[in-house]
Design a protein around this ligand. Structure first.
Ligand code: TRP
Length: 333
C-alpha cells in the first residue's frame, strides 16, 4: 500500500546568484523533504518582477542558474516537480480571481509591505503588483493544495494571509482548497561575512558558485570578535559569525567544540579557526561545483527539466482551475 504523501510547495525569486544563506535557509530543508512529501519547487519569476520590473534582463538567466544550484544541492527532478511560475500561467488567473475577494487592507497590513516599500527607496514599490505579492504567493501555494510550505520566519505572515484568503473563498464559493501551514527552517539566519544581514547588496555573501580561491579570500576577510586583537585573548563564540558558520557547515562536531573551547580560553588564532572553516565549507561546495558544471555543460538537459516540470505542474494547475471556475459558477459548457 502506498500512502498518499502530504504536499509541499516552495519557491524562490530569481534575483541573483544563490549563496550559503539559501543553502541553509531553504535548500537544506527542501532536499530531505523530497523523500517524505510530494514536493514542488519553483522559480518565482513573477515575484521577482514585483521589485525588479525596471531591470528584467537577468531574471531568466538567474532562473536557469538557480535551478542548476538546486539540483547541484540535491533536488532531484525525478522526485520533485521543478518548474517556472510564468510557464504555468494559471497562477495569474487564480491571482486575478483571488484579487476580487481580498480586501485591500489585508494586503496593506502585511508587515513586509510598508517596511520594504519605505526602505527600498531606490525603487518605486507603490505598485499594484508589489501590494499583491502575498496574494500571488497564495495562488502559488493553494493551486497545488499544498499542506506545508517550507519558508523562513519572515514569510509566516504571508502564510497566515493565505489561510485567511482560503477561508474567505470557501465562505463565498464552497470548499476547494487546503489551508497551508508554514514549515519553519530549523537553522537561524546565517549572518553575512561582516556580521550584518546577509544580502546581495552588501556584497557579504559566499555564493554557491564561488571558486575555492574566492571562498578562501572571503573567509579570511570574515568578521570575528572585534575585541580580540591577539590570539591569546579569550574570545566570544556567541554571535561570532565564524562559529555560526562552523555550526552550520562543519560536520566534525568534536573539532568545532575543541575550537570553541580554545577560542574562549585564548588558545587558538583566528587563522586556524578560519582555515578549518574553509575546509569544512569545501566539503559542501566542491561536490556542488562539479554537479553544477555538469548541468551547465548540457543546457538543453537543464531546459528540459524545467519544461517537463512546468508541463507537469500545469496539468495540476489546470485541474485546480477547472474546480475553481466550477465553484465560482464560471464554467461555460
Ligand atoms: N516570498 C517567497 C520568498 O521571498 C518566495 C515565494 C513566492 C514563495 N511564492 C512562493 C515561497 C510560494 C513559498 C511558496 O522567499
Amino acid at each position: 500500500m502506498t500512502a498518499v504523501k502530504a504536499r509541499v510547495v516552495s519557491g524562490m525569486r530569481p534575483t541573483g546568484r544563490l549563496h550559503l544563506g539559501h543553502l541553509v535557509g531553504a535548500l537544506r530543508n527542501w532536499v530531505p523533504m523530497q523523500d517524505q512529501y510530494d514536493c514542488s519547487y519553483f522559480v518565482a519569476d513573477w515575484h521577482a518582477l514585483t521589485s525588479e520590473y525596471g531591470a528584467t534582463d537577468d531574471i531568466a538567466g538567474y532562473a536557469y542558474s538557480n535551478v542548476a544550484d538546486w539540483i547541484a544541492a540535491g533536488l532531484d527532478p525525478g522526485k520533485s516537480t521543478i518548474f517556472v511560475q510564468s510557464l504555468v500561467p494559471e497562477h495569474a488567473e487564480l491571482h486575478l480571481l483571488l484579487s476580487m475577494i481580498i480586501p485591500v487592507p489585508w494586503l496593506e497590513r502585511v508587515p513586509t509591505y510598508k517596511e520594504q516599500r519605505d526602505q527600498l527607496t531606490e525603487k518605486d514599490l507603490s505598485t499594484y503588483g508589489f501590494l499583491g505579492y502575498p496574494l500571488l504567493q497564495t495562488a502559488d501555494i493553494i493551486m497545488y493544495n499544498a499542506h506545508f510550505v517550507p519558508v523562513g520566519e519572515d514569510q509566516v505572515p504571508h502564510l497566515e494571509l493565505s489561510r485567511e484568503v482560503v477561508r474567505r473563498f470557501h465562505a463565498f464559493y464552497g470548499e476547494v482548497f487546503v489551508e497551508p501551514q508554514p514549515l519553519l527552517t530549523r537553522f537561524p539566519r546565517l549572518p553575512g561575512l561582516d556580521n550584518r544581514k546577509m544580502s546581495k547588496s552588501y556584497g557579504n555573501a559566499i555564493d554557491l558558485a564561488d571558486d575555492v580561491a574566492t571562498v578562501r579570500a572571503k573567509v579570511m576577510s570574515m568578521y570575528t570578535d572585534p575585541a580580540r586583537i591577539r590570539a591569546d585573548i579569550p574570545g566570544n563564540v556567541e554571535g561570532n559569525p565564524v562559529f555560526t558558520y562552523h555550526d552550520a557547515f562543519n560536520p566534525d562536531a568534536a573539532e568545532v567544540d575543541d575550537l570553541k573551547a580554545r577560542y574562549r580560553a585564548g588558545k587558538v588564532g583566528d587563522v586556524e579557526v578560519k582555515r578549518k572553516l574553509i575546509a569544512a565549507l569545501e566539503l559542501t561546495l566542491e561536490p556542488m561545483r562539479q554537479r553544477r558544471a555538469e548541468l551547465l555543460a548540457r543546457p538543453d538537459a537543464l531546459r528540459d527539466v524545467i519544461a517537463d516540470g512546468s508541463r507537469k505542474a500545469r496539468l495540476v494547475a489546470q485541474a485546480t482551475m477547472a474546480r475553481v471556475r466550477e465553484a465560482m459558477k464560471l464554467s461555460y459548457r
